[in-house]
Design a protein around this ligand. Structure first.
Ligand code: GAR
Length: 206
């Protein structure tokens, strides 16, 4: 069976990338294959995870490219050269411009560590999301996987999973629980969902 060609965009530790790699091994992700990892941070541990799994890994930074437009052009070139069908943002800490997104409509998904529409949009990323959830005092949080459009964290929701906030939680403890109980589960599931959709659309067109 033909598989959707997936690129994963990362910036840091890459535990969500690892969940995708593991899902590929255990068959949760079977309609798509990760063929490329792009990091916008040269020292991201995610790059090591990719290489250890035998996946091509590139570093493309805004600084090296000299600005957002050139940075996105360099990524588009790499993605098009490898005929990427689906882009998965897995801890990618840079907001993509409407121009970039227009090249991959309904072909980019993102994992966000809250139940959107809470604690999302510009400025809400990584630990900041959990700090905000604790400061507000919510008793339930979670993770969301959504399509990426021109509005930060504003695209249609694919999957969500709730996680309890516990007394005495620190942002780091809450982040760990949200990753383990939600992100690492729903991101591979959503990648499979969209990959199988892409494959079906391609078969229909032939
Ligand atoms: C994850 O919690 C992810 O949801 C979040 O950053 C972390 C990256 O961890 N992403 C965002 O906040 C994007 N707005 P990872 O590198 O170990 O996957």
């Amino acid at each position: 069976m033909k598989k959707a060609r997936i690129a994963v965009l990362v910036s840091g530790g890459g535990t969500n990338l690892q969940a995708l790699i593991d899902a590929q091994k255990n068959g949760v992700l079977r309609s798509g294959e990760i063929v490329l990892v792009i990091s916008n941070n040269a020292i991201a541990y995610a790059l090591t995870r990719a290489r250890e799994a035998g996946i091509e890994a590139l570093t493309i930074t805004k600084k090296d490219c000299g600005g957002q437009e050139a940075f996105e052009d360099a990524m588009l070139e790499a993605l098009k050269a490898r005929s990427i069908d689906l882009i998965v943002l897995a801890g990618f800490m840079s907001i993509l411009s409407p121009r970039f997104v227009s090249h991959y409509v309904r072909r980019i998904i993102n994992v966000h560590p809250s139940l959107i529409p809470s604690f999302c949009g510009k400025g809400f990323y990584g630990l900041k999301v959990h700090e905000a959830a604790l400061a507000y005092g919510v008793k339930v949080t979670g993770a969301t996987v959504h399509y990426v459009n021109e509005i930060p964290d504003g695209g249609r929701i694919l999957l969500q999973k709730a996680v309890p906030v516990l007394p005495g939680d620190t942002p780091a403890a809450l982040q760990k629980r949200v990753m383990e109980r939600a992100e690492w589960i729903i991101l591979p599931e959503a990648a499979e969902l969209v990959s199988s959709k892409i494959i079906k659309e391609k078969e229909y067109r032939q």
